[in-house]
Design a protein around this ligand. Structure first.
Ligand SMILES: Cc1cc2nc3c(=O)[nH]c(=O)nc-3n(C[C@H](O)[C@H](O)[C@H](O)COP(=O)(O)O)c2cc1C
Length: 400
């Protein structure tokens, strides 16, 4: 009897391949993938992915803001083929979607980032590698050759940043995304209550969690220690999160953007812009794109929802740079709303992590496919055959 069969006795799951088939058979929406992920992950890890900062007001607002937008279809427009192709940060994409950077993906699935990068490449959409990835960026690049985006957390030691950028370029990252909303970590209180440490330590709560989710625990116990694989200074310590936190530069200001603009020859994006004034300031610093984002509600506990601020930001930049948006996208219709309000593309975070947890690479592929199909259906129903014909009069704030 192999480990998979043995585990099946405990958590009533059939062996891995059949389990994936069963999960996929029931996964028609991102919410279905979320339910499957919840059955797979220990509570501590599920909460790490799902939770928001403080009272999670921003987290919930991200969803309610999308729901508050109503769509107004145009009749009899004769939509034949729907064209969703575009370019994101200079990378051709089959959809106006890139996968957002998420750190420590091996917490969610034993193989970490490579299956995510492969699923993105197969779907012909860009993947963003995080500074905090749990597999070295070179290995991720080897898993899925082709252009990628590299996300940078600016560290105090600019030498470390510079060498990260050199490595990212050499590995095939053609665009850089500097995250500007995270110079201190948001207070995710579920993590505090759960006693989550990185790497997870065996505490009573985690032990109980692990017994209830033996497949994850088995992978975790057999796998290499989970760490920030790109950051040598944090590789072998017990308190790696504290080490990295000390490296985050809270005094970061616009000079860092000028510095990056000088040393990075490719496209440059700032992720975490919410104020229209900052969007125009980014333009003055030669930035090619901004990501209107509240980090999925994980940083500032009561931040505004990006989709609410999008129209004023689009008005401020007047087409002079790409405007990407993330935080709260769970449906293809959410992407359509963002594009109609002037975004040039979207990033998605949790939907693909939940897919990964539920069914590995196939789960990531399913998350992307669900959003793509929902988008296509929404566009036909709206009477829009391509992204340019998604006009702002297709969206209204719903009447209360
Ligand atoms: C588990 C997790 C880890 C994340 N890690 C990073 C990161 O390393 N760098 C970063 O810029 N953003 C990170 N983010 C934020 C995402 O890039 C993105 O802004 C957010 O997930 C979008 O919201 P959504 O999850 O509702 O789609 C992370 C988000 C999650 C859920």
């Amino acid at each position: 009897m192999g480990p998979d069969e043995l585990l099946s006795l405990f958590d009533f799951h059939p062996p891995a391949a059949r389990r994936v088939d069963r999960v996929l058979a029931g996964a028609h929406t991102v919410a279905d993938l979320r339910r499957a992920a919840r059955r797979t992950l220990p509570r501590t890890i599920f909460d790490f992915v799902e939770s928001g900062a403080e009272d999670e007001v921003a987290l919930h607002r991200n969803r309610s803001a999308f729901d508050a937008i109503a769509l107004i279809p145009r009749a009899l427009r004769g939509v034949g083929r729907v064209d969703t192709t575009t370019e994101i940060l200079g990378i051709a994409s089959s959809l106006p979607i890139a996968l957002a950077p998420t750190g420590l993906t091996r917490l969610v699935h034993r193989d970490g980032e490579p299956p995510v990068a492969r699923a993105a490449a197969a779907a012909q959409i860009p993947y963003t590698v995080s500074t905090m990835s749990s597999v070295p960026l070179e290995e991720i690049a080897t898993a899925a050759p082709g252009p990628m985006i590299f996300q940078l957390y600016m560290l105090r030691d600019r030498g470390v940043c510079r060498s990260l950028l050199d490595r990212a370029r050499a590995a095939g990252c053609t665009a850089l995304m500097l995250t500007v909303d995270s110079q201190i970590s948001g207070l995710r209180e579920r993590d505090l209550r759960n006693g989550l440490t990185i790497p997870p330590a065996i505490r009573p709560r985690v032990l109980l969690d692990g017994v209830l989710r033996p497949r994850w625990t088995w992978d975790f116990l057999r796998g290499e220690r989970i760490a920030f694989a790109n950051l040598a200074f944090a590789a072998d310590r017990s308190s790696i999160v504290e080490d990295v936190a000390r490296q985050l530069d809270t005094s970061l200001d616009w000079r860092a953007v000028s510095w990056l603009r000088e040393i990075w020859p490719g496209r440059l994006a700032l992720k975490g812009i919410l104020a229209a004034e900052d969007a125009t300031r980014a333009l003055e610093h030669g930035v090619d794109a901004i990501v209107v984002s509240n980090h999925g509600g994980r940083q500032l506990g009561t931040a505004a929802a990006p989709i609410d601020l999008l129209p004023e930001i689009v008005a401020a930049v007047q087409g002079r740079c790409e405007v990407l948006l993330d935080s709260g996208i769970r449906r293809g219709a959410d992407i359509v709303k963002a594009i109609a309000l002037g975004a040039t593309g979207c990033l998605i975070g949790r939907p693909y992590l939940l897919g990964l947890a539920a069914a590995g690479e196939a789960g990531v592929a399913r998350a992307i496919a669900i959003l793509a199909e929902e988008m296509r259906r929404t566009m036909i129903l709206l009477g829009a055959s391509d992204l340019d014909s998604l006009e702002s009069h297709a969206v209204r704030r719903a009447m209360p």
